[in-house]
Write a protein of this length. Structure first.
Length: 233
């Protein structure tokens, strides 16, 4: 509790009084004059000062946007394309395949069937219609069809190895698995249509040629084994 030093305006006497003194009962001890208590200027409390210090400063306004040089607007598509290319390199292989351009309805449905029908009709007519081709030309056409079937088989094996090495090995060691892979699992519609048309026209000839080749290989191997055994004896 602080004391106040009051001076009497009449006699000049100094009187120490409490800050809570009743102003109606305050008189000078010498001249008995009533003394008015002056108003005391109170200093701000330390708590209020601390509260003022803890008030955060208002955030500074953001800087104004810088206009692009030359007055040209930056295209957002350039940024989007660069971001998409950066993301695609981290995607798995399966998702990258999905992101490839999808074939249209004409490319996926109409064109393969149209190619299959046209090739099947023409090649079947040339192969099986009596008198459509001469004998030597017909034999050359059959040989060419068999070689084309073999080439497509090799192409399918390469596609299978590109998809999965396990599929490629199955196409090599299992007879007929390349046809299963082409018609069931692969999405090569044009190659599938071409293979189907060639099988219709030259499939039986290819089977006969394979049987003949296998018989010649078997006879050659059997003769080599028999010759080797006779030499040892």
């Amino acid at each position: 509790m602080a004391d106040l030093i009051i001076t009497c305006p009449t006699c000049g006497n100094t009187i120490p009084v409490s800050e809570f003194v009743d102003p109606d009962r305050l008189f000078c001890m010498k001249c008995k004059t009533k003394i008015q208590v002056p108003e005391r200027i109170t200093e701000p409390s330390t708590v209020a000062q601390r509260l003022k210090l803890t008030v955060e400063k208002p955030p500074e306004p953001p800087p104004p946007p810088v206009p692009p040089q030359g007055g040209k607007k930056i295209k957002k598509s350039l940024f989007k394309s660069s971001e998409q290319n950066d993301v695609r390199q981290y995607l798995p292989k399966a998702k990258k395949k999905i992101q490839k351009r999808r074939a249209t309805f004409f490319e996926a449905k109409v064109l393969p069937w149209l190619l299959f029908i046209v090739m099947s009709l023409i090649l079947s007519w040339l192969r099986y219609w009596p008198g459509a081709l001469q004998t030597d030309i017909l034999s050359a056409l059959i040989s060419g069809g068999i070689w084309v079937l073999l080439f497509i088989h090799i192409t399918v094996v390469c596609y299978a190895f590109g998809d999965d090495a396990f599929y490629g090995i199955l196409c090599l060691i299992i007879p007929g698995y390349s046809l299963y892979y082409l018609f069931i699992q692969a999405d090569q519609m044009i190659l599938r249509s071409t293979m189907a048309a060639l099988i219709i026209a030259f499939g039986w000839d290819a089977i006969l040629a394979a049987q003949q080749l296998w018989a010649e290989v078997y006879a050659t191997v059997s003769l080599w084994i028999a010759t080797t055994d006779s030499v040892k004896k």
